[in-house]
Design a protein around this ligand. Structure first.
Ligand code: E4P
Length: 212
């Protein structure tokens, strides 16, 4: 059970890394755009914080474009970089190639068990089922996690289920219960995980009693 942060805002990672609870970071082109910064500088800054597993999404129409962009990421950032590829036929071909030469791949935009099966067969290190986007479309993201987990367990698959597009604290607990190995979460969800109104209330009382 691990938590990754899903953000391209370096200060968000810097603020939370000292907890020792962040095992990696995931980014995507939208998060990079929202950061308003040059992607390569963002990646470099995140790595300099000591993050040792950073998913970097590569773009391209064909598997050869995706492979060459993945190799470029690997040359620049070495083993810290996990190449994030779309779950398409071209992405699967690229995954097969890159994993064969020892490069970790995170297959993104996974919305079905059949896609998860193909990603596993392509040797993906991670698959990222997007649970929030499933829910946005009246599908159950958490059921997808459970279904993929059942198939992977039954078939002794090592591909790691990285629950993505997680929008709230409750989904984190549920995703782990249903078989996710990792949840990648926005910084706000990470902060909210530590909060409970009864913790605050209890602590206020303890502080008062301690000082009396
Ligand atoms: C992570 O890998 C995904 O890119 C991210 O979780 C997507 O989240 P969203 O659906 O909230 O944009």
């Amino acid at each position: 059970m691990k938590l990754f942060l899903d953000t391209a805002i370096v200060s968000d990672i810097e603020d939370r890394k000292p907890t020792g609870l962040i095992a990696g970071v995931t980014t995507n082109p939208t998060l990079i755009k929202q950061s308003g910064r040059d992607p390569w500088k963002v990646y470099r800054d995140i790595i300099e914080l000591g993050i040792d597993d950073l998913s970097i999404e590569v773009m391209g129409e064909s598997s050869s474009d995706l492979i060459s962009n993945g190799l470029n990421v690997n040359e620049n950032y070495g083993n810290v970089a996990t190449v994030k590829l779309p779950c398409t036929v071209e992405g699967l071909k690229a995954c097969k190639h890159l994993t064969t030469i020892g490069i970790r791949c995170n297959m993104t935009l996974v919305f079905s068990v059949s896609q998860a099966i193909l990603c596993a067969l392509a040797g993906a290190t991670y698959i990222s089922p997007f649970i929030g986007r499933m829910d946005d479309n009246s599908l159950s993201g958490l059921s997808l996690i459970a279904d993929i987990s059942k198939v992977y367990k039954k078939q002794f698959i090592n591909t790691i289920i990285l629950a993505a597009s997680v929008r709230d604290v409750q989904s984190v607990g549920k995703a782990f219960e249903l078989g996710a190995d990792i949840c990648t979460i926005p910084p706000k969800v990470f902060d909210n995980m530590a909060k409970h109104v009864l913790t605050d209330k209890g602590l206020e009382q303890f502080n008062r009693d301690f000082l009396e």
